[in-house]
Design a protein around this ligand. Structure first.
Ligand code: GAR
Length: 208
């Protein structure tokens, strides 16, 4: 069984999708062993506690810079003996120290079709605001490996939704979460835990 450590910063609906998937037996070969939040009081921590999952808080604001924060996070992940690290609404950037410690062992869910609307500054509702401003007719979400390049690692799974004329950032976010994120993230986690994802020449290949 692989140890899955989930990183969160906010509401934790993606964490909830992972918890529900584990409970229903659809995550094969892994179990969530710890949830780590970058923020005190994040509702995601309640979701973990309600399900008996150990939690840790490593507050971003207590560290002077990205390097110091990454060092603390990397140490915690090593202590937790993480086999897979899942960024589930984790809003803090970590540097290459953690990527070196967990190469192709960290996955992130991003609420757009990478390479659109991604990279520094594109997180949460900002992503959907940018998509609506551009007038795209489809959007979606991407699950990808985390590398040194923000939102730039090999793509594992993507899914789409239609954008409606009267969408707001909130309605688009909700449609993408419900139809794509909450399904694809648990699926990618299970595929990883079953060793069904390989990376070659910067591309991920999934044995579906
Ligand atoms: C989700 O839409 C997730 O894809 C996004 O933030 C939301 C978190 O919701 N993540 C990012 O933008 C990361 N760049 P949640 O806390 O309810 O899972």
């Amino acid at each position: 069984m692989k140890n899955i450590v989930v990183l969160v910063s906010g509401g934790g609906t993606n964490l909830q999708a992972l918890i529900d998937a584990e409970k229903s037996g659809s995550i094969k070969g892994g179990r969530i062993t710890c949830v780590i939040s970058s923020k005190e009081g994040a509702y995601a921590l309640e979701r973990a506690k309600n399900n008996g999952i150990p939690t840790r808080v490593i507050p971003r604001k207590e560290y002077p810079d990205v390097a110091a924060y990454t060092k603390a996070m990397t140490e915690a992940l090593l202590e937790e003996k993480a086999d897979l690290v899942v960024y589930a609404g984790f809003m803090t950037i970590l540097d290459e120290q953690v990527v070196k410690a967990f190469p192709y062992k960290m996955i992130n869910v991003h609420p757009a079709l990478i390479p659109s609307f991604c990279g520094k500054g594109y997180y949460g509702l900002h992503v959907h605001e940018a998509a609506l401003e551009k007038g795209v007719k489809v959007s979606g979400a991407t699950v990808h490996f985390v590398t040194e390049v923000c939102d730039g690692g090999p793509i594992i799974l993507q899914g789409t939704v239609a954008v409606e004329n009267n969408d707001t950032p909130e309605t688009l976010q909700k449609r993408i979460m419900e139809n794509v994120e909450w399904k694809l993230l648990p699926k990618a986690v299970s595929l990883f835990c079953e060793d069904r994802i390989t990376v070659k020449d910067g591309r991920a290949y999934v044995d579906l």
